[in-house]
Design a protein around this ligand. Sequence first.
Ligand code: BG6
Length: 505
Amino acid sequence: MQAFMPLPENNVPTIMAAFGATGDLMRVKVIPALFHLHTKGQLPTMFRVVGFSRRPWSDDEFRAHVKGVVDIHTKGLFDATKIDSFLDIFSFQRGDFDEKDSYEALKKTFDRLDTEWGVCANKLFYLAVAPEFYTTIATHVAQSKLSEPCAPGGGWTRIVVEKPFGEDTKSARKIDEHLATIFDEKQIYRIDHYLGKEMLRNILIFRFSNNLFEIPWGKELIEKINIRVAESIGVEKRGPFYDATGTLRDVGQNHLLQIIALLTMERPRTFTDTAIREERRKALEHIKKPTLQHIQRYSFRAQYEGFREIPGVAKASNTETYFKVRVDIDAPRWKGVPIYMEWGKRLGEAQKEIVITFKHPRPCLCPPGKHHKNEVIIRLEPKEEILIEFWSKKPGYTLETEARMFHFLFRERGSTAQYTEEYEKMLLDCIAGDQTLFISTEEIRAMWRYIDPIVAAWKKNATPLHFYKPDDKKIVEEARVIESGVQTSARGYTSASRKRTTTHD
Ligand code: BG6
């Protein structure tokens, strides 16, 4: 073992080994985020990315690829004075994921950089690969002792994994148990980029820094919560992955359940990663496991027309590209408050929002035909904003009421590309060792516990598959049927549910 200088306190020399360096994850998420961090001077001064992949590339070929990615991402409008220093960060290591020698070679590269810098640098293993490679890579990392710090007390090692984290409870547990034989939970960073979204990070501030909202937050005053995501994009080129996964597992198992955790968790002791993760876990564990009857009554799934024509999608595919399900929380604060989570691809204009509907006493002092409920809307897209709908007197001699809005614009959504901002924050947090925005092993388990029965029931066709025209939001109206708890039929929805068009009394 070499003798190294102690690590500087406020800079963290870090080497990131990027497995799957030439793949989509790196291209779409990691490289653009790193470029932004570099141009803002946010990366440690001693920072390297060693790309690890099967392609027989040289360092220069890899750098040319990285430059191409930046070019496309910025539409050629990048700061030209920053690009050379950015490309200097990257080097390439050809290797097979299951070949011992490749890891030995990686170790030599690490040793060379450590010697050059004169420190035992931190090592971040970023697995930008399909989940089936997680265990192979982690095993080799351990066997070649890459997971061990290069000097006593210096240089941490951490591993970053992407979603999907398993495809059900069993597979997720298997991956986790394996990772746990090599890394401590403190060293494992499981990404859910939704936790890196500004408006979602704002939920805890909104709730716990404004007593005005925290006190009524629960069954006494909240009637229901709707989390709605309409994406304009479709499955794009991800046919095989999407057909095997479906929307519920792609985004319900992670992003939407995490939003529910943020909305329903109890106040953390502090705003630290351990305290926040602990409360998120408890919130997720309070989600009721759905029974078959619940699934039949309270779930809705659909597929957009044309999905089956996408390369890699089975001609008779029954995979959902839209779903809505009701989630119930088994905790005193939330007893009886339904939470509907909904996500659809190819639904026209993108709209991502959380709507919290407040109760109002009955009978209320409302004019006939109107029921005075308040809504708080936390919106992520098209704008990042919070709206509070309230009732006011109309100006004039009478006491006529009208709905008005308090409007708080967090910021206009600029032209930030998908994923970049979230990945910037998350990469910095991996380096800084802050796990707030990363999912713990218990959270993963609790989320699959809710999802597994629905996947199984849908496989058996317990809930009919509906179809919708791309970019047509009518399906969202149809899915409202589950809010009335009326079982859906294979043909569509029942007449009883059709009557339910307004939320007024
Ligand atoms: C990803 C899903 O996790 O999130 C995609 O795999 C989805 O299918 C994406 O499009 C949505 O992310 P965002 O940040 O654009 O809302």
